[in-house]
Every structure is written in C-alpha cells, then in structure tokens.
Design a protein around this ligand. Sequence first.
Ligand code: ZN
Length: 246
Amino acid sequence: MRYLVLSDIHANLYALQAVLEHAQGRYDHTWYLGDVVGYGPHPNECIEILAGLHCLGVAGNHDWAVLGKLELDYFNVHASRVLVWTRAVLNPLHMRFLESLSERMVAEEDFTLVHGSPRYPIWEYVLNSVDATIALKHFSTRYCLLGHTHEPVIFQAPDTANVLCYEIPLCADSSARSLPGVSLIINPGSVGQPRDGDPRASYIILDCERRILEHFRVDYPIERTQEAMLALDFPKPLVYRLSLGR
Ligand code: ZN
C-alpha cells in the first residue's frame, strides 16, 4: 500500500490542489497529520477535499483551536485572528470532520501518526535531534510520522556511536530512499505554509511494502492564495511569508 502523507495544509487550497495533481496515480490512500485550517483563506474547501479522500488523520493545534479545545491565547496575534475568522466561516459538516480527528493513531502496524510529538501530540515541536531523541521514548511502533514544524526532515534513532538521533534533511526533489530497519521520526513538511526556506508545497509518499519514502516539492500559484488572503484582509506577515517559505 502506498500512502500520500499530508501535513499542515493550513487552508491553502491551491497548494493542496497542486500536490494532489502531482501525486495522482502514485498512491492508494492518504494520511493526514493535522492543521488543515489556520493561516489560510480556504478552510471549507480544503476540508471538503480531505474528507473526500477518506483519509486517516490526526488533529493539529489549529484544528483544536477552531473547535474551542485550545485557547486562542496560545497563538500569536496573526494566527489567532485567522482562527477567529475560520470559526465563523466553517460549516457544521466541516466542524464535525475536525471533531472526528483523534490525537494519535497507529496505521499499518508500524506507523504512529501525530501532529506535534508522540509525547504531546497537539502542541510539542520536534525541531532537532534532542527533541527527537526524547520523542523516541514515546512511541512503540517502528516509525512515527509528524508535522507541526513545517520543515521536512527525518530523525533516525541513534546507534552505539552516538547518543542522539541523526538528523537527515529532506531537501532534494523526488529523492526516493529505503527506510532502514531502525526507528525513524519522519516529517513530510508542510503543504500550505513551508518554513524551510523553500516556498513550494512539500509532501511525501510512503510505500509500506517496499519500505520506500519519496519526498516531493511542488510549485503552486502562491500569488492566488495571497490575493485571496488580501481580499479577506488577513494579516500581511502571513501573506508575505508564503513567498519566502518562512
Ligand atoms: Zn501548522
């Protein structure tokens, strides 16, 4: 089975459409790692597409904030302004989609899915080797898939020569790699708001039988998303960061 793994779509319809078009025919099912809403101008459209994919998925901090499960005080002023707007425009069916998401799940026996970290799935960031080494103690499957940082990366469990996880950046296009038989934490990067300096949408495809991971970056019409944000009077820093991938 081949899985399309999507994280941090953040209501960016044009990025999501570009990813789905690019991945077409190369996956069987979809895994979703949280934050379909927040920051972006098309929350209803993006949830409708995700729901139509019948994906398995987990909740992110922005998903929870829209549901009122997290206080908006936890977010910066720009993010919380868009979350308030998102709450107001989201239709009830799409609210129910967000409510249906669990905090963590195990799929295909070997994969734990969370948004932030396996220790605190909604909020904690796994940003570096130290965080990843701590996170290793909090899942029992071989692999853990997570998002939240918006940076594509793999952390590989330490061996006897090292006490910390190895950080393996995912920066090349279409780089297929075999998954080694040790524990990994895998972050596919963000579809809708990349923050690794590359503004293109980021995603991975996992082939569970062959144990192969492929990472992709896809161009999308960033200016169309930005125009929609400006038309809604969204905070300018959120608009411009999409061009920078920061
Ligand atoms: Zn996010």
